[in-house]
Design a protein. Sequence first.
Length: 385
Amino acid sequence: MNQYFIRIASVLVVMAIMVACNIYTFIPIYGNIASSLSIAQSEVVIAGSSFIFFYACGLLTFANSADRVGKKEILVWGMFASAVSTGLVGIAGDFWSLFFTRGIQGFCLGSFAPVAFAYTYDLFSGRKRTLLLAFINSGFLFAGILGQLLSEGITRYSNWTIVFFFFAVVYTSLFLMGKQTLPATSIRSVSVKHQVNTIYKLLLRKELLYCYGIVFTLLASFVAYYDSLTRYLSGDSNLLFLLRAVGLIGVSLSLFTGRLLEAIGAYKTLFIGVTISITSVLIALIYVHLSEPFLIVLSSVLFVSAISLLIPTVITLIGDMSGEDRSQALSLYSFILLGGTSIAPLIIMQLTYVQSLFLLLGCFLFHGWMGGLLYVERGRWKMGE
């Protein structure tokens, strides 16, 4: 593996981890922010959802402008804008300033994901491309746990505002590293009308709608699981910290998803992921009655493992089905993924922990149903009908 690849891959993977961390930073510190700003915890949840919604808007906006502006430029200057907007979150003094600064931060951070995927396709081919895409996806999943650990850890020993000042410094460093390290790629002229027409055609394809049905509740399930667990175990911070830490074990499974896809195919991998996710929720329900810590630790590891399998598998299915329109299909994937995630905290805050688990169970059964429809009609997708 040459130094050129390692240098670029290292910068992109670190960017992926640090960008995605901010999707999850609010989850462990809702109470700290609420008490600091003298607002209701529900208002902090709403402010957090503004981040996800505008992040989704940023994903779609920057994905469609990358070819015209240049992918390196969007990645690098997007990181600089993220540094500024993240620092602004740290000086928010009331609900509205928190709502708007968090939303601006989300929009700026949306400059990374779909552009990084397309940038990887431009720079590398074959094994290097596959490997880098796997690492970036693993970085996103790793951030789901790391973001919560960093947020909780920094707040425990200082103040919640320091979390965002810390990330502002990180994004500034990544801006400088990216400007120095990342090579420029070619710019091509693509009309907005053509891009809109492509997205419209993609949404008319039944097989992609099945995939997007899974996508809408996929990351939302991850947020719902840890959000509801945080409230349920609010009196046991040590157990919560342990649950997030051991969840990293499950993330490691995403590194082997590529081999699993090659060995048994996307559909079987999808069903394995769904089976593991249902098992994890059932174990969590047993924990509610037995209160045995080992059970909820096992549930956490299995849950993260399931998401680690499902996300790369769905990306593979969408990429294979969309052909030449892969870039637009994946930007739409990112938008729908985060659109569902923005709704999750608003719904979960109205439910008890047990009700949340039954909702998650319903989501994973829905994933199994969509996967079944894809499998039954798979011959049609291959023929492009």
